[in-house]
Design a protein around this ligand. Structure first.
Ligand code: PLP
Length: 405
C-alpha cells in the first residue's frame, strides 16, 4: 500500500519545544539516564501546584459538568474575565465578546482560522512562541517576522516593524510578557505599535498568558487599554499564572469598537460552536482564580521560588565566561546567548544536543523560536534554584569543550 502522505501545510510547521531533542531525552531516560528537563514551561512538573481553592471549585461542581456547555464558555467564568478586562481598561468587553478554550493554544488557532485568507500576512515576533507561526501557516497565512534582538533588550522597533506591512498584512501579534525572552513591553512602545495597527487596519493579537509573572518591579501594561477603540484580542489563561496547565483553560477577550468587529466576532462564535465547547469541568476554576487575590506574587517576590530561580540563572550567567543574558523581566524563561568572541563557530542545535548527550540537560535551541542562526538557548525558571545552579556548571563544561575545539 502507498504510504499515507500528510498535508503539505505541515511542511514548514515546527514545534521543537517537544521535538526531536525531547524524543532523544525520552530514549536516554528509558536507558536509565537522569535528565534535567528545562524545555517546557509546565509548572506542575516541577512541584508547583494549582491553588487549592481552584481544585475545590472544580470538585464541588463536578456534578454540573456532564453536559456540553455554551460554545463560548460558562457564563459566570465569562463574566469574571470580562470584568477583569474592563478593570484593565479594555473597552466594550461583555461576556459575548469572551471565548473560553481548551488552553490559549486552541484559541490562537481559532482566532487565526477565523481571520485569514490564503496568502494573508501576520506580523510575528522573532523569536516567537512557535505555535503562533504554526497556526498562521496551517491557516493559509504567511508569517512576517519583526526582530526583537538582545541588543535592544528583545524589544521590537516600531519603524522596522511598520516597514514589513504590505496590503496583505492582517494582524500584529505581540507576546507580552514574552516567551522565550522574558521581555516586558513598556507602555510607550505599545502605544507606538498600536498606532502602526491603526494606520494599517490590523487586528491586534495580544498573547498575555504571563501577565502576572513579573520580576524586580516590572510592570505589565495590557494592550487592550492602549488599543482603546481599535480591534484587539487579548489572550490569558490558567496555565501559567495559576499553575494549572493540565486543566487546559484559556480565554480571549475581544475589545474595541463593536461595529468594527461584529462580523469577526460571529465568525469566532461559529468556529467555537463547531468544536461544541471547551472542557466544562475545568472552567469552574476560572471564577475563583480571577476573584481571589493573585497567588503568584509570593513566588516572584524576593525569597519566592521563581525569584530565587531567576537569581540562580543570573548568577550562573555572570559567572560564565561564555554567556550573556538580558535579564528576564517576566514569564517563566531565560534566553541566554553564547558570546560570539568566545565561540565563533557556535551552533545552537549542536550545543543543545551535546548538552543533552554529554551532561543530561535538555534545553531548547534559540532557532526553534523562528530566529535564523541563533546564538541563544531557552531554559525554564521552574526547577529548584539548586538544580539550576548545577545546570550552569554543566553548561559551562560543554561550552569550555566547544571553545577548545
Ligand atoms: N502562549 C504562550 C506565549 C505560551 O508560552 C503558551 C504555553 O507555553 C501558550 C500560549 C499556550 O498556553 P495554554 O496552556 O493556555 O494552551
Amino acid at each position: 500500500m502507498a504510504p499515507i502522505i500528510p498535508s503539505a501545510h505541515l511542511a514548514d510547521v515546527r514545534y521543537e519545544i517537544r521535538g526531536a531533542l525531547t524524543r532523544r531525552a525520552r530514549e536516554l531516560e528509558s536507558a536509565g539516564h537522569d535528565i534535567i528537563k528545562l524545555n517546557i514551561g509546565n509548572p506542575g512538573r516541577y512541584g508547583f501546584e494549582a491553588p487549592a481553592h481552584l481544585r475545590e471549585a472544580i470538585a464541588s461542581h463536578l456534578h454540573e459538568s456532564d453536559a456540553y456547555g455554551h460554545e463560548q464558555g460558562l457564563e459566570a467564568a465569562r463574566e469574571a474575565i470580562a470584568a477583569q478586562q474592563r478593570g484593565r481598561g479594555a473597552r466594550h468587553v461583555q461576556p459575548e465578546r469572551i471565548f473560553i478554550g481548551n488552553g490559549v493554544s486552541e484559541l490562537i488557532d481559532l482566532a487565526l482560522r477565523a481571520l485569514l485568507q490564503p496568502g494573508d500576512e501576520v506580523l510575528l515576533p522573532s523569536p516567537d512562541y512557535p505555535l503562533w507561526s504554526a497556526a498562521t501557516i496551517l491557516n493559509g497565512g504567511q508569517p512576517r517576522y519583526y526582530r526583537c534582538p538582545a541588543s535592544r533588550g528583545h524589544l521590537p522597533d516600531p519603524d522596522e516593524l511598520e516597514a514589513l506591512v504590505t496590503p496583505r498584512t492582517r494582524a500584529l501579534v505581540l507576546i507580552n510578557p514574552n516567551n522565550p525572552t522574558g521581555a516586558v513591553y513598556p507602555r510607550e512602545l505599545l502605544q507606538r505599535l498600536a498606532e502602526v495597527a491603526a494606520r494599517h487596519g490590523l487586528l491586534l493579537l495580544a498573547d498575555e498568558i504571563y501577565d502576572e509573572i513579573l520580576y524586580d518591579g516590572a510592570r505589565f501594561q495590557p494592550l487592550a487599554e492602549i488599543a482603546g477603540e481599535l480591534p484587539c484580542l487579548s489572550f490569558g489563561g490558567l496555565s501559567k499564572v495559576h499553575r494549572a496547565c493540565g486543566y487546559r483553560v484559556g480565554w480571549m477577550s475581544l475589545s474595541g469598537a463593536p461595529a468594527g468587529t461584529a462580523v469577526y466576532r460571529d465568525a469566532l462564535q461559529l468556529l467555537a460552536a463547531l468544536r461544541l465547547c471547551a472542557n466544562v469541568t475545568a472552567q469552574w476554576a476560572v471564577l475563583p482564580a480571577l476573584q481571589d487575590a493573585p497567588t503568584i506574587d509570593a513566588l516572584t517576590a524576593p525569597g519566592g521560588r521563581l525569584h530565587e530561580a531567576r537569581e540562580a540563572v543570573l548568577r550562573g550567567v555572570a559567572a560564565s565566561e561564555h554567556l550573556e543574558l538580558v535579564a528576564p523581566a517576566g514569564a517563566l524563561y531565560a534566553f541566554p546567548a553564547v558570546r560570539a568572541e568566545r565561540i565563533p563557530q557556535f551552533d545552537d542545535e549542536s550545543f543543545a544536543l551535546r548538552l543533552l548527550e554529554e551532561e543530561s540537560v535538555l534545553v531548547v535551541p534559540g532557532s526553534s523560536f523562528n530566529v535564523p542562526r541563533s546564538r541563544h538557548f531557552r531554559l525554564t525558571l521552574l526547577p529548584p534554584p539548586a538544580q539550576l545552579r548545577e545546570v550552569f556548571v554543566r553548561i559551562e563544561r560543554v561550552l569550555q569543550r566547544m571553545a577548545r575545539e
